[in-house]
Write a protein that binds this ligand. Structure first.
Ligand code: ZN
Length: 275
């Protein structure tokens, strides 16, 4: 399995990145995507992906929370970073009207600029959308068929929104938020709507360790999620989809390798065994 959302640059991981990574490896997690959400931590994510080069890859981009920081210099700095082969997607970027830390206008501007970069440099786009699907689809309908690949991470929308994302050929990142969002009902139905080859999984660590789901270990981990917990999520998904754990494990991993065009020669995992 592969964790497509690890915020390893977060200060909660400042002291023990090595231990976190080792625990993930020991629990059968074969790779991590380290997320950039502003310019500073995109650089840090890149550095991590270089250091753990057989195991981590990274994204570069501006999260909608930080959209107010966008300026022309960003474009050049992002272009510099995406020229490195460890940087495999633009993002996370998109819209977040749940918190609205940046204005809608600022969010739309930064989102458009990053879509343009994905299109120009033929690099996948890594999307975040919370409570903003109406605007999100309005924008993406002009882009989705032009950009090379699209991931929506931490999907939290309803059935209609899920179908619409699939119509736009997106791969769907499933985290605990999918099962815990108070806005979502009918997750059993929805998780079964996602074709096997479009399913990706993620912890979004250190976030999204829900107390009610991880009651037993919540205290021990001091509320911090980490990639070694990914098998719990995969188990839940495999039960709901009535699929064999080990097959879904391989499938979600190959989906990640394919969509992000990860360099199989750099990876410990034997890519050739996967269908
Ligand atoms: Zn996000």
């Amino acid at each position: 399995m592969f964790d497509i959302s690890v915020n390893l640059t977060n200060k909660q991981f400042k002291k023990d990145k090595n231990d976190v990574i080792n625990r993930a490896i020991n629990n059968g997690v074969n790779g991590l995507l380290i997320i950039g959400s502003n310019l500073e931590n995109s650089y840090d994510a890149y550095k991590i992906s270089k250091k753990y080069k057989n195991y981590c890859w990274s994204t570069v981009g501006l999260h909608p929370h930080y959209a107010n920081l966008w300026n022309d210099n960003y474009v050049n700095k992002i272009i510099k970073l995406i020229k490195n082969d460890k940087v495999v997607a633009i993002g996370e970027c998109g819209l977040d009207f749940y918190r609205n830390y940046s204005s809608i206008k600022e969010q739309l501007f930064a989102f458009h600029a990053q879509l343009e970069l994905s299109y120009s440099f033929k690099i996948p786009i890594y999307l975040h959308c919370r409570n903003a699907f109406k605007f999100f689809f309005k924008i993406l309908k002009f882009w989705y068929y032009k950009i090379p690949a699209t991931i929506i991470h931490c999907f939290s929308g309803n059935e209609y929104e899920l179908k619409k994302c699939l119509d736009m050929n997106m791969s769907i990142g499933i985290s605990e938020l999918f099962f815990n969002s108070k806005y979502r009902k009918g997750f059993k139905n929805d998780i079964n709507l996602i074709p096997k080859n479009k399913l990706l999984i993620e912890t979004d660590s250190p976030f999204l360790l829900f107390k009610k789901t991880y009651n037993k270990i919540y205290k021990k981990l001091k509320g911090r999620n980490e990639p070694s917990l990914l098998p719990n999520l995969l188990k839940k998904i495999s039960l709901l989809r009535n699929e064999i754990f080990s097959e879904l494990d391989k499938q979600t991993e190959i989906n990640t390798f394919k969509i992000l065009k990860l360099n199989k020669n750099n990876c410990n995992y034997n890519f050739n065994n996967l269908k």
